[in-house]
Design a protein around this ligand. Structure first.
Ligand SMILES: NC(=O)c1ccc[n+]([C@@H]2O[C@H](COP(=O)([O-])OP(=O)(O)OC[C@H]3O[C@@H](n4cnc5c(N)ncnc54)[C@H](OP(=O)(O)O)[C@@H]3O)[C@@H](O)[C@H]2O)c1
Length: 284
């Protein structure tokens, strides 16, 4: 596996940064170097030495995608962008690794299998589902479906640590259930699929461990960080009551991990990665 022939697009996001750490000799582009929504920029890029595209570029502002401008941006970046990459991947016989989300589902099934039909509730979810469909028609692709990603960037764990530091006792939703996916583990899973020449197709990836709610995760974060603060449960409906422009989120985000396990990859428990992550954050 010649990782110098990998191209990481959207290389400054949470996943992009973790991929760069995993593959330091890979080529990288950010939005200024290659805007994936610009078909001309994609088609004129020098692809001669690229065997694998790791597409970490995305529009991830879930509530922002509910605004008129955000909806357009989400569809451009999450559907048009992958379409441009899929076209070039097919023309050049390149493997395209693309990321999908639990938000392509309405959360009524549990756990989510790779074969579940999309049923997005939000504009973001719909734009991601469109990207999934486009990528899924090329010969060489891996669609990695993750949930609740935590890495280097703006994320839930960092927000809660910040609130804890300020002594804020938060109210957190307790009816959305899922598992965290640390980018460290996500890139291990991608690396495993690449190294083992796993069959092309869709793979669910998250950390292992008991599924739980954002409120329960917050309690774990506060316990690990030694913040003695009470976390109040709220239903999603209560939490968002009276707030406009909030995307509807799936209540169940748990991904079934049997398929990736059957390839020999067993992901770490999210508790262990959360502990490690908090230790690092507090040590900064
Ligand atoms: N975050 C989650 O909880 C979550 C959960 C499940 C699945 N996912 C999926 O996992 C993937 C990685 O997510 P993430 O959390 O790493 O996202 P992220 O931190 O928001 O990073 C996305 C990156 O894409 C870049 N980008 C945006 N528009 C672009 C364009 N037109 N051309 C090139 N780059 C562009 C952004 O650059 P700028 O910062 O300059 O805009 C940013 O660096 C995405 O496909 C996401 O949908 C995320």
């Amino acid at each position: 596996m010649d990782t110098s022939k990998f191209l990481i697009t959207g290389a400054n996001g949470q996943l992009g940064l973790a991929l760069r750490a995993k593959y330091p000799d890979a080529k990288t582009t950010d939005q200024t170097q290659m805007d994936i929504t610009d078909s001309n920029a994609v088609s004129t890029f020098d692809w001669s030495n690229v065997t694998t595209i790791l597409n970490a570029a995305a529009y991830t502002d879930v509530d922002g995608a509910e605004t008129p401008e955000g909806r357009v941006a989400a569809w451009k970046i999450n559907a048009q962008g992958p379409s441009n990459l899929a076209k070039i991947a097919r023309e050049r016989d390149i493997l395209l690794i693309h990321l999908s989300s639990d938000y392509v589902f309405d959360g009524t099934q549990s756990p989510h299998l790779e074969s579940e039909a999309p049923s997005p509730l939000s504009s973001y979810g719909a734009s991601k589902a469109a990207g999934d469909m486009i990528v899924g028609v090329i010969p060489k692709y891996c669609l990695i479906r993750a949930s609740w990603i935590i890495g280097e960037g703006k994320n839930f764990v960092r927000t809660m640590l910040e609130l804890g530091k300020q002594g804020v006792a938060p109210t957190v939703v307790h009816d959305q259930i899922g598992r965290l996916t640390f980018t460290s583990e996500l890139v291990n899973a991608i690396d495993h699929l690449l190294k083992t020449n796993a069959a092309y197709g869709t793979y669910n990836v998250s950390n292992e461990g008991d599924p739980c709610s954002w409120a329960d995760i917050t309690r774990t974060i506060f316990k690990e960080a030694n913040y003695d603060l009470f976390v109040t449960n709220a239903t999603t409906a209560e939490y968002f009551a009276g707030k406009n422009g909030v995307a509807v989120r799936p209540l169940n985000s748990v991904l079934d991990l049997s398929k990736i396990k059957s390839t020999g990859f067993n992901s770490r428990n999210w508790h262990d990665d959360l502990k490690q992550y908090i230790k690092k954050e507090l040590g900064k």
